[in-house]
Write a protein that binds this ligand. Structure first.
Ligand code: HEM
Length: 528
């Protein structure tokens, strides 16, 4: 048998294969050395960069799988210093802010950071065209004739700025705000009547018809979304689309797919739901004014503004879809967690029942608005409400850095994004983080100022703080108080686990449901 000498043909072919692999490996090692050792050494004031394995993809897969686990390990990697840390998500550098001091700086109104890049991404995800996004995002100028045939330039602020002011005025102006609140509570009240329970909420009826088994998750959705939507858009919207609540849920659930621009074949459900809501909103735009006289002032004014700018009906519908999503995305989740935690603990249920009964017995002729203020001022209800927000926290605020800026000694480079994840921000506070996974309203009861802590921002902070925070609080507390006052409640399940989406669109949602057996309280039939 003749032996094959070393260095003959087959080995050269092997070398050809091996060479690119060796070059690749060397290149990869050099890249890591540069990126995670040399560069940080040369830029000691940049936020700490968290190493990753796959270039471009960075931490995106971990973020999609479990955002909070990724952020916890990031904080650990920084030795629990709560320093800002940079993660890479699909080629973009995102600096996560964890401390109260840094969050306050990032959230305050400042020229070097903008929040509209994220609004543009959201609008794109909700189907708005390029020209529509540009109209919504850009200030522009137009010529107007002045005296003697002369022409002057006049400034038009972007639609987003105009519409943001309309929203603020709608909820914060005394007259407009009170009107909206009254309407919200009126509709809400009809959702918590034995005779007003929506069929989709009911899972079963006892033989004698005196008890119903209901889905708490569905009830929270239906009551909140129906209430808020009716108060903002008026009743006619329900005639245009009976499925709008389910469609909203699909959009909310799959929003991250729209934001990450996942192709349609892999995200059919969310694209189909988005199309259905858009069609409904186009229908809403086409309704004669006489059929939507009960719409809110802000929606009417925003539509007039969009029409005066000559926007297409489709882009107007995408803008309204963004409003529809923003006003409806979060409140029902807090309703769910608050009621779930109260009814799961007999002692808490008994205490709340007593408190609510005492508030309601004080003056039986009080308006719902006046009652809702008294629910809000009740120390126990307030502590429970804050604790429900704390345990479900998952909202975040995002800003884009326009030009290099130094924040508390760290340089944030132009083009990077800064995100304040409110769950981790709260975890940086010793009282909020203590026994994090346990529902302990006592932490707020014994420290009433904790609810105002700058580490506890479920509604965001700074200039873009949620405009619906007061309305949402009234709605959640009024729902909870009347629900507990009007029904005998027996939970069939324990409190479900909390699930979080890859791109947080608000508080966590339950994984599963909580079934409740309810019957009307004898003494409540016919009264409040
Ligand atoms: C539990 C309920 C809610 C939570 C947790 C919540 C949370 C938030 C957060 C964190 C922000 C700030 C986003 C940022 O900094 O970019 C925000 C903004 C906003 N929220 Fe809410 N929200 C809730 C309910 C509502 C309701 C009921 C409305 C409508 C009445 C509403 C309307 C808005 C609007 C219009 C903005 C944008 C404000 C701006 O950019 O200036 N929200 N919300």
């Amino acid at each position: 048998m003749s032996s094959v000498p070393l260095g003959s043909e087959p080995t050269q072919g092997g070398m050809r294969l091996v060479n690119p692999m060796v070059y690749g490996l060397v290149g990869y090692v050099l890249w890591r050395l540069w990126r995670f050792t040399i560069r940080p050494f040369l830029n000691p004031n940049s936020p700490k960069e968290i190493p990753y394995t796959i270039p471009f993809i960075g931490h995106a897969i971990s973020m999609l799988r479990n955002p909070h686990a990724l952020l916890s390990s990031t904080i650990k990697y920084c030795n629990g210093s709560w320093e800002p840390a940079a993660l890479t998500l699909f080629g973009q550098t995102v600096i996560f802010i964890f401390s109260e001091q840094d969050a306050t700086e990032v959230l305050r109104e400042r020229p070097d950071m903008i929040h509209t890049e994220h609004i543009k991404d959201l609008l794109h995800g909700l189907g708005c065209s390029g020209p529509g996004i540009s109209e919504i995002d850009h200030d522009h100028q137009s010529k107007v004739s002045v005296s003697d045939g002369k022409v002057a330039l006049t400034n038009h602020p972007s639609l987003y700025k105009v519409a943001e002011e309309l929203m603020k005025k709608q909820v914060l102006d005394r007259h407009l705000g009170n009107g909206l609140l009254t309407r919200t509570l009126e509709v809400l009240e009809t959702q918590i009547r034995w005779g007003g329970i929506e069929a989709s909420t009911v899972l079963g009826t006892s033989e004698d018809g005196r008890e119903l088994t209901v889905s708490l998750w569905r009830w929270a959705q239906v009551a909140s979304i129906r209430t808020i939507t009716t108060a903002w858009f008026g009743n006619a919207i329900w005639e245009l689309s009976p499925s709008i609540i389910d469609d909203h849920m699909h959009v909310d659930h799959g929003l991250w797919k729209l934001l990450f621009r996942i192709p349609k074949p892999f995200a059919r459900e969310v694209y189909a739901a988005r199309t259905r809501v858009q069609r409904c909103l186009v229908g809403f735009l086409r309704l004669p004014e006489s059929e939507k006289e009960d719409q809110s002032w802000a929606v009417k004014a925003a539509v007039e503004e969009m029409r005066s700018r000559g926007m297409s009906e489709e882009d107007m519908a995408s803008y309204l879809l963004m409003v529809f999503w923003a006003i409806n995305a979060n409140t029902f989740k807090i309703v769910f967690w608050l009621v779930a935690h109260i009814v799961a603990d007999p002692a808490t249920l008994a205490a709340v029942t007593t408190e609510v009964a005492s508030i309601l017995s004080e003056d039986s002729h009080e308006s719902l608005s006046a009652l809702s203020i008294r629910f809000e001022r009740n120390a126990l209800l307030e502590a429970l409400y804050n604790e429900a927000h704390r345990i479900a926290l998952s909202t975040s605020s995002a800003r884009t850095v326009r030009q290099d800026v130094t924040i508390n000694g760290r340089i944030f480079s132009a083009g990077t994004h800064a995100v304040v994840p409110y769950r981790q921000l709260a975890m940086s506070h010793p009282l909020l983080s203590q026994d994090w996974d346990l529902f302990q309203p006592e932490r707020f009861l014994s420290n009433p100022e904790l609810g105002q802590s700058k580490s506890f921002l479920p509604f965001g902070g700074g200039n873009h703080k949620c405009v619906g925070r007061f309305l949402s609080r009234r709605l959640v507390l009024t729902f909870t108080a009347l629900f507990i006052h009007r029904f005998e409640i027996r939970p069939l399940d324990g409190i479900p686990e909390m699930g979080f989406r890859p791109v947080s669109s608000g508080p966590g949602s339950p994984v599963g449901d909580m079934r409740l057996v309810i019957s009307p309280r004898q003494e409540q039939q016919g009264s409040t």
